[in-house]
Design a protein around this ligand. Structure first.
Ligand code: GLU
Length: 555
């Protein structure tokens, strides 16, 4: 039986879910699903100085927001294995998935390396290390830490056991002995083969004096024990490949079975550096808070470093978007739809560039492709999501939406809400802009006479024109032919065009000035000086409400 294909993501608890990490998670997940395999997430929390406990929960929440749901590993799902420090859980057979709970595994591996003289304790003082580094500036040759230790300390001390080393008052760190008379050929499945001369490499720390492993030992133990088939990680790790291939081989033999892919970095919009805060937002939580849809974001992220080589960009059809009920299943569908075209050949060996305008385009496309039910659901989920948030930025968004819409659910029928939202759907980029246009329907405020007044006319003339056009509209209401399907987004545009034809014909035939009539009508119907067209509003309101607004304005 061939073993199950397994990939993993191994975040460190140092901050938020970075855009680059989210992209990597997506690719890792794609590789797993393409191979009918398993995707798991392991927490690499061995660097105790950089650790931010609360970041782990935030990370998992942002992943859930994007519907990046691993099959195994750390999770928010309640299981028997609660980790109190992070307030998270774990699931799967290969746990614990939190490195700080796995120290005995690293110590056991370290002990084996010491016994084989492939690892030794480094007793050099900071001054002695500085001296070696200064000398290296002149010789340009790699530092020989083993020899430097052997010159100064008894051989027996260098190879003392893990327990003894960690208890030693001089606080030595354990080094892996990499510098040897050997060349090693490393394969990256994406980038190809490179041969390294290990004589030119330096020995490196694998176990710190606090008993925690460095990444180099941590991953080598865990990826073996957790049966990882393919490590997909950032290209910044590529130079460490000779270290990693050697330590894997020394610990688990030549056939350890772990392969590598190093993903090129994501560049900022300008310049040739890895995208950072300076180039725009890299915090995925912020994108979700602003109302970027998981579907759009995932679809966009896939294109950061992958390209099917065709014109196709949207990996969820309108039909799928509107018939698949949950965000999670829709994102899974996107992943499923990408898989046949997700091949090593289609992954770029060079860096992708972030482009906010493109992400915005995806978001608008998905918003526009939603029918009124799907959109109303999405809005509801988004507002629920915002309500769980305490940060000032998200409170501002909530306040803005509330200012736009007021208590819209209590004051309007469900059908009217859906129709009104179509105005937003046609124009907004993110859900945080909700209400910008629909407010004129859902939260109407009677305009002042000054606002209703068309610039060339007096208030009286404007009101009389309003009455006249109001009467005309009333007379037409029962004779015009509005489209039937009120759930498709084209409804508003089509209904607006019916009203536009009728009204413009009337204005033309009776030689009436457009502004003289349409300005007061629009301001009256919308309650605003800047608003969608009066035709769109007429397409949405029913006869009674339109009449009610006009009557109030005329008074
Ligand atoms: N903890 C490492 C990091 O956050 C993981 C690298 C890897 O994927 O192996 O960079």
């Amino acid at each position: 039986m061939t073993p199950i294909f397994r990939t993993r993501q191994a975040p460190s608890p140092t901050g938020y879910l970075h855009l680059g990490t989210a992209r990597q998670m997506l690719f890792t997940n794609l590789f797993a699903k393409k191979n009918n395999g398993v995707w798991f997430v392991r927490l690499e929390d061995t660097d105790r100085s950089r650790l931010q406990a609360e970041s782990v929960k935030n990370l998992l929440e942002a992943m859930a927001g994007l519907s990046l749901t691993p099959d195994e590993g750390i999770t928010l799902e309640v299981t028997k294995t609660h980790n109190e420090y992070y307030d998270i859980y774990q699931k799967g057979e290969y746990g614990p998935y939190i490195q700080s709970e796995r120290l005995s595994h690293y110590h056991e591996a370290a002990q084996r390396l010491i016994s084989e003289k492939k690892a030794y304790w480094n007793f050099l003082t900071p001054e002695q290390k500085d001296e070696l580094r200064n000398f290296k500036k002149i010789t340009k040759a790699p530092i020989d830490y083993l020899k430097a230790n052997q010159d100064k300390y008894p051989e027996l001390d260098l190879f003392m056991s893990v327990d003894e080393g960690l208890a030693n008052t001089q606080k030595p760190a354990l080094m892996f002995h990499l510098q040897r008379d050997e060349t090693i050929t490393c394969l990256d499945e994406l980038l190809g083969k490179t041969t390294f001369d290990l004589n030119l490499e330096e020995d490196f720390v694998i176990l710190k004096s606090d008993g925690f492993p460095t990444y180099h030992l941590g991953f080598a133990v865990d990826d073996h024990l957790m049966k990882t088939s393919l490590i997909i990680r950032a290209q910044e790790w590529y130079p460490s490949l000779p270290k990693h291939v050697t330590i894997l081989k020394d610990l688990w033999g030549q056939d350890h079975g772990i392969k590598f892919v190093h993903l090129p970095v994501i560049l900022g919009e300008t310049g040739n550096k890895k995208m950072s805060k300076r180039d725009g937002n890299v915090n995925m939580t912020d994108y979700l808070d602003q109302g970027y849809l998981a579907e759009a974001t995932i679809n966009y992220l896939a294109f950061l470093g992958w390209n099917p080589g065709t014109e196709k960009e949207l990996y969820l059809s309108e039909d799928e978007l509107n018939t698949i009920k949950t965000k999670e299943t829709r994102v899974q569908k996107i992943i499923e739809n990408i898989i046949p075209e997700f091949t090593m050949e289609n992954i770029s060996k060079s860096s992708a560039r972030f482009n906010l305008e493109k992400l915005n385009w995806f978001n608008r496309e998905y918003i526009k492709a939603m029918n009124s039910n799907t959109f109303a659901n999405e809005v509801s989920n988004y507002l629920d999501h915002l309500a769980t948030k305490k940060e000032e930025k998200t409170q501002d968004i909530q306040t803005q939406i509330h200012q736009n819409l007021g208590d819209y659910k209590a004051n309007n029928s469900e059908e009217l809400i859906k129709l009104a939202f179509m105005l937003d759907q046609n124009r907004i980029t993110t859900l945080s802009e909700l209400g910008t246009d629909s407010k004129c329907i859902l939260n109407w405020q009677q305009p002042t006479l000054e606002d209703i007044k068309w610039k060339k006319n007096t208030i009286e003339e404007s009101l009389s024109n309003l009455k006249e056009i109001g009467d005309f509209i009333s007379s037409k209401w029962n004779t015009i032919d509005l489209p039937q399907d009120k759930s498709s987004l084209s409804y508003v545009t089509e209904a607006a065009s019916v009203w536009e034809d009728v009204i413009k014909q009337w204005l033309n035939e009776s030689d009436k000035g457009i502004g003289d009539y349409l300005w007061p009508l629009r301001v009256c119907l919308s309650g605003q000086k800047r608003s969608p067209s009066p035709f769109e509003i007429l397409g949405i309101l029913d006869q009674e409400e339109a009449k009610h607004r006009i009557d109030l304005c005329k008074k």
